[in-house]
Design a protein around this ligand. Structure first.
Ligand code: DX5
Ligand code: ZN
Length: 214
């Protein structure tokens, strides 16, 4: 079963509750947290996660694009995040292990994320400690960018790692996913698709979510 995690980065921030209700047919709510340092954009943080928590029963899939996330993962969990993913590029290996440990201590699911230029092998030190691996199919920082089809061999490689080492782990892709590119991701082994503009620009959002499942 393919899961869809619409990114609220493409929602109307003045109407977040309404726009989260509009994606109730999805599986997760993808929350893009950016700090203006790890990526060249600033979005939303802990108070917004806390405010949207009571507006939906869907799990909050919080993608941290922040420098040294170990400083904040506990607070994101306390604010209501259900899945917290940290970029492998955002700190030392030791501190990423510590961030994953804190997330688990809070009773939440933990994941690691790789940017386009980061090789598949970068997930290996963490593969037995995560419930999710996220492969970026755009450079993180902005919604509405073009899908990088050349990331598909990396998705396939990480699918092989997961099947061999941690078969329960979810494999998510993020960036430029739409009805044309979703089948490439699914055929490459992804089971969770993030989609921002493709969901929020659709005239019929529940139908678009269904279409993305393939
Ligand atoms: C990019 C974010 C994505 C983005 C996806 O840095 O991590 O989640 O919102 O948006 P689309 O689907 O429009 O590429
Ligand atoms: Zn994201």
């Amino acid at each position: 079963m393919i899961k869809i995690s619409p990114s609220i980065l493409s929602a109307d921030f003045a109407n977040l509750q309404r726009d989260i209700e509009r994606i109730s047919a999805a599986d997760y709510v993808h929350v893009d947290v950016m700090d203006g340092l790890f990526v060249p954009n600033i979005t939303i943080g802990i108070p917004v996660v806390k405010s949207i928590r009571p507006t939906t029963e869907l799990p909050l899939d919080v993608h941290l694009m922040i420098d040294r996330p170990v400083r904040y993962v506990g607070e994101f969990c306390d604010a209501g995040a259900d899945i917290v993913t940290c970029h492998v590029e955002s700190d030392t290996e030791e501190n990423i292990h510590e961030a994953l440990r804190i997330i688990h201590e809070k009773g939440k699911k933990a994941g690691v994320v790789v940017k386009p230029k980061t090789p598949a092998s970068a997930v290996l030190p963490f593969i037995n400690e995560v419930e999710m691996i996220l492969v970026m199919t755009v450079e993180p920082g902005f919604g509405g960018q073009k899908f990088m089809a050349d990331m598909m061999p990396k998705v396939q490689q990480i699918r092989r790692y997961i099947d061999a080492m941690n078969p329960g782990c979810e494999l998510e892709v993020d960036g430029g996913v739409d009805p044309n590119t979703a089948p490439l991701c699914i055929h490459s082994g992804a089971n969770v698709l993030v989609a921002g503009s493709a969901v929020y620009k659709a005239a019929d959002i529940p139908a678009r979510i269904q279409e993305l499942r393939g």
